[in-house]
Design a protein around this ligand. Sequence first.
Ligand SMILES: Cc1cc2nc3c(=O)[nH]c(=O)nc-3n(C[C@H](O)[C@H](O)[C@H](O)COP(=O)(O)OP(=O)(O)OC[C@H]3O[C@@H](n4cnc5c(N)ncnc54)[C@H](O)[C@@H]3O)c2cc1C
Length: 389
Amino acid sequence: MNFALSDEQKMMIATVRRFIAEELQPLEAEVEAQGFLAPDKARAIHDKAKSLGLYAMNIPEALGGAGLSAVDTMLMEEQFGHTTDILIRRAFGNVYEVLLAAQGAQIARWLTPTVRGERVCSIAITEPGAGSDAAGIRTRAVKTPSGWELSGSKHFISDGEVSDFFIVSALTGEAGKKEISLFLVDKGLPGFTLGKDQKMMGLRGTTHLELWFDKVPLEPLALLGDEGKGLQQALGVLGRVRLAQVGARAVGKASHVLQLMVDYAGQRKQFGQPIGDFQLVQQMIADSVIEVNSARLMVLHTAWMLDQGLDARDWISMVKVQAAEMLGRVTDRAVQVFGGMGFCKELPIERYYRDARIYRIFDGTSEIHRTLIARSAAKRGAALFDVNA
Ligand SMILES: Cc1cc2nc3c(=O)[nH]c(=O)nc-3n(C[C@H](O)[C@H](O)[C@H](O)COP(=O)(O)OP(=O)(O)OC[C@H]3O[C@@H](n4cnc5c(N)ncnc54)[C@H](O)[C@@H]3O)c2cc1C
């Protein structure tokens, strides 16, 4: 068992961290104040990150990505946590691995341009009536002589405004059967309209759109992967995305906030001494240090399982709950350590607190993942927690 980082990994981490500190963090306050990232700035950070080889690092080299292992991906994703969602999307890309199911002509039309950063893609699964129950969707694609016809709606679709196309889940096959397929749906198709941007508590700068499909004609080529296997395909790769975008990023975000807490506790004086000298403040810092380190070990252990080809689904659920809730506790303590300044918009602490809240909800709520873990414990027993099992 070797927990040491290689020189290469250390260099990669330092490069991404420097890039985030120099190019992305200076934009955060502006995005928060304006509510959007100016297109010229989005282009500039994209071009710079790409020239450093930092775009679409999760995608295999043969397809134009960096081909990182799961462990290396998580080390990078942890660094991404040191900045905000919209800046990560524009600088480093958000190439969903479900797109790797693209075949034949789909590769040149949808996959390659997305890996190159020439097209942006979002994933559209959630509907107003179907969130946790992703199989409960009503959007349907019906076979026609020329392909498919898509009708229905989605909501909360991240990055919807800038996306050029969407991976959309829809019912296919006989009515009454829960057969779901995935489709590549280009913006601009007749009958496809964008709804309103649903304003959120945090994640300023990222749009979350409603999508409406009214008999949208799709070519046969639009079917991604196997007909009727869409949900399995999506869930098969979303685990790794969850580990990266929730698990690893939560660890990065929490360690970023923790550093600010430690610095503030050392500088801020009350009763003639730094507040960091008070044991009750020390407890908040100590608990945060313990929790950040535990969550990171879980993320890396789970990534290692993926690299070994092991079934990591239970561990991904455990990380999803642990890292998301850890981030909530750390940002809550940060507000407390900063006192009134933690609540005041003059500092970014209140923003970190707001941005942390969604981690317990998207990519499967804490309740859903706890249910999966408990079911697995009932089925697999000690294999889930005993090293001797
Ligand atoms: C900022 C943001 C970005 C998003 N981005 C995307 C995106 O890009 N693409 C996309 O497709 N979706 C996206 N979503 C949707 C997100 O994945 C869902 O919000 C999430 O899956 C929860 O679904 P829901 O909101 O419908 O809540 P519900 O499923 O209605 O859940 C409500 C409450 O009931 C609980 N609950 C539900 N079922 C059970 C159960 N069986 N046992 C116990 N408790 C249960 C939940 O845990 C929760 O507490 C996004 C959402 C947000 C807020």
